[in-house]
Design a protein around this ligand. Sequence first.
Ligand code: SAH
Length: 281
Amino acid sequence: MAYHQFSIHLPGHFHETISRLLMNRGCLGIIEQPDGLVAYFPLTTDPDEIIRELNIWESLLRKQKKSGFSFTFEHAVLPDSDWNEYWKRGFRPMDVGEKFTIMPPWNRIYGDRIPLIIDPGMAFGTGHHETTRSCIILIERYADVVPNRRFLDLGTGTGLLAIVALKLGFKEVEGIDTDPLAIEAAQRNIEENDAKKIRLREGSLAPTDGSYDFIAANLISGTLIALARDIADHLADGGHAVLSGILHGQQDEVINAMRSSGLTLVEQLCDGKWVSLVVKH
Ligand code: SAH
């Protein structure tokens, strides 16, 4: 299988906006570089459509430009093996939180920390993103505050947060994701980490899901706001939720939506331009 690769050169303060627009157009993954973004799309994507969009965004951003503004891009069809090599070069072991080291299957470290072996596949969540790291820190911090029974990783991606929860002692751990590729990647990672007790499901929160002691949701502000009521409905009394993927400046909207749904703010954690929240029922 091959992929469309778009290498987009543009100033850093536009990376976030363009990344989000690309993700909304079905982008599978984005690698941020100092001078731009590299974005990957499935071969089923019509590259002309993306090129048209990029041209439109370029002209819109150019209108707000300062002198020296530059926005250029290249398109290539990338064979699968190149994609894998790309990930392998960029993905190295990394300590996260108090207890964990995230590592790829091809570069394992054995020590006194808990290994999380993550093959990124096509899914988001290698632990290299600030929001994933913040989630791990907050899950570690609050795991002992709630009964360690039912944990939900809402938008599980590679399955990383679900695996963290199981390793921290949660008895019943579920990961759900609307993206079938994420479920496939999570399944492989669950096997790799001896975490087969985790149950995976394609989809989102459903009325039949019952209640959880802990919910981790590393999504985006708009989705968190849309899901606020569902998250509250599925959180047990005294249960905690970690909400992440919130851009700095958007946290108040998310906090207000959670409060309107009956949840109380416990903590905010900032990492760069990202904010993560802990709320409780
Ligand atoms: N939990 C991982 C991945 C977060 S990326 C981590 O923290 O690193 C967000 C994931 O949420 C993506 O895999 C995306 O497919 C999924 N997602 C987006 N909206 C969703 C929704 N409404 N319900 C369930 N999953 C969703």
